[in-house]
Design a binder for this molecule. Structure first.
Ligand SMILES: [Zn+2]
Ligand SMILES: [Zn+2]
Length: 124
């Protein structure tokens, strides 16, 4: 089955321009974000939020539901409520003690776990 294409209208031209403008804005936004990621341009704000570069600068595109959600830290027995369904994985105390990202539970500086392993070995 073939589609019959109607001749383009002025409205089509306006739509094409609007889509192109939106795409230009999206590309520029990603490039701006990439520069921030590469330079860690919002380091102080990122560390104040206790998030690693990946979690802070790279949008996950996840759909977050509204409504308080119960969550538990993956490293200790701390449980809490979060204001939406995008719950943290690590509590503030574990983040402070072990330099972990609250969002993903990895290290804040995205280095490997030598420091954490030493810490856990010392706790035993
Ligand atoms: Zn914890
Ligand atoms: Zn993270």
């Amino acid at each position: 089955m073939t589609r019959k294409r109607r001749p383009p209208t002025k409205a089509d031209a306006v739509r094409v321009s609007a889509i192109a403008a939106r795409n230009t804005d999206r590309v520029q936004a990603v490039l701006n974000r990439a520069v921030l990621l590469a330079t860690d341009g919002e380091r102080d704000k990122r560390l104040a939020e206790r998030r690693c570069r990946a979690c802070y600068y790279i949008p996950k595109g996840a759909i977050v539901g509204h409504g308080f959600t119960r969550w538990g830290c993956i490293y200790c027995d701390h449980t809490d409520e979060h204001h939406n369904t995008g719950v943290p994985r690590c509590c503030d105390a574990c983040s402070d003690e072990l330099n972990l990202c609250v969002e993903c539970g990895g290290t804040l500086d995205m280095t490997h776990r030598q420091q954490l392993r030493r810490h856990l070995r010392a706790k035993r």
